[in-house]
Design a protein around this ligand. Structure first.
Ligand code: KG4
Ligand code: ZN
Length: 328
């Protein structure tokens, strides 16, 4: 089965052709990072406008790169949420127009579920699975006993992990997105500040606002004293606190939920230290972490996820964008 998949929920315009939920025949992504960098974060109106500019180009190149004819496409899949409403609209309208013009079935896909299914590109699932989703907008723990059966068992009470990375980078006057910047700086720093680790013992929920405030207080104090910011140590101390907190909650979850595989998904799963620590800390579990190029936003994961929901596809062209779409 050939799926043409479209992702435009945030600041990446992406189109992919995926065969049988596994083989990525093509993946074309136009990133807008440079455009949003001067603002220190994604500007929704700019993002939507740029999806419009690059969408057709991405469609054409994805079909060309995959070396297929339009007639070969069995299903069109598109992110329906969560995400920025204007950005979602552009992807959905492109997908619906293409499906209508070519009489192809269409399906709307949950972006966060798709992050988890990105692990299927290079691995196979063995249930039950525990997945930690860490992205710019999400920090969630989900449990799957079979395909399509997502059970949300924990989520953040305030900031998402990626959002915290982006904010801490901004506090230090560094660029957007903050994750890769802090990842790089932390390699040469030491955890000398010992920021607070998560402390919600009786739940599987996360909280990062306390950590963020601790970093901000430190930076403010240093600025007041006109001290030079030791960005490498701050980055390392922040990152160690984040990773320790994620591991504390994952370990707690494995004591409650019997688990064969652990999947780390979403943009923050690209973090080099997180990838290393998870493998060291969970020696009794099979760890699946997608290749870095499939951790951040792209349409290949939408094509993979759609394959497992293909029974829900139809010729109904009404797909509602849902900015707050949850996992269940
Ligand atoms: O999944 P994603 O591409 O978009 C959302 O769905 O949100 O995640 C983007 C987030 C950003 O906050 C970015 O700073 C973070 O992923 N990120 C990283 C790394 N690369 C991207 N965080 C930590 N370390 C990285 N290497
Ligand atoms: Zn994402």
């Amino acid at each position: 089965m050939i799926v043409l998949a479209i992702e435009s929920s945030c600041d990446e315009t992406s189109v992919s052709v995926v065969k049988d939920g596994k083989e990525i025949l093509s993946l074309v992504t136009a990133t807008q990072i440079k455009l949003h960098q001067p603002f220190g974060g994604v500007v929704p109106e700019l993002a939507a406008r740029n999806h419009l500019t690059y969408m057709i180009e991405c469609f054409n190149k994805a079909i060309l790169d995959a070396n297929i004819e339009i007639d070969d496409i069995d299903l069109v899949a598109v992110t329906k949420g969560p995400g920025l409403i204007g950005s979602l609209f552009i992807g959905i309208n492109a997908a619906v127009s293409f499906a209508y013009a070519n009489n192809i079935k269409i399906i709307g896909v949950n972006h966060v579920e798709a992050h988890v299914y990105a692990a299927l590109i290079e691995h196979d699932f063995k249930f039950p699975i525990l997945s930690l989703i860490v992205s710019g907008g999400h920090t969630e723990l989900v449990y799957l006993e079979k395909h399509n059966d997502f059970k949300l068992i924990g989520s953040t009470m305030d900031d998402a992990v990626g959002e915290s990375y982006d904010k801490v980078s901004k506090m230090m006057g560094l660029s957007y997105p903050g994750g890769p910047v802090i990842d790089r700086l932390a390699k040469n720093g030491a955890d000398i500040y010992n920021f607070p680790r998560i402390n919600l013992e009786d739940s599987l929920n996360f909280s990062f606002s306390g950590l963020k405030s601790a970093v901000l207080n430190l930076i403010n104090k240093k600025n007041m004293k006109k001290e030079i910011l030791d960005t490498e140590n701050i980055a390392r101390s922040f990152q160690d606190a984040v990773i320790d907190s994620l591991i504390i909650k994952l370990k707690q979850a494995t004591t409650i939920y019997p688990t064969k595989q652990i999947i780390i998904a979403g943009g923050v799963a690209a973090n080099s230290e997180l990838r290393k620590r998870i493998k060291e800390e969970f020696l009794n579990h099979e760890i699946l972490i997608p290749h870095i190029k499939y951790c951040t936003d792209q349409a290949a994961m939408i094509g993979v996820r759609a394959y497992y929901e293909r029974d829900l596809a139809s010729h109904n062209l009404v797909i509602d964008a849902d900015p707050g779409l949850s996992i269940e």
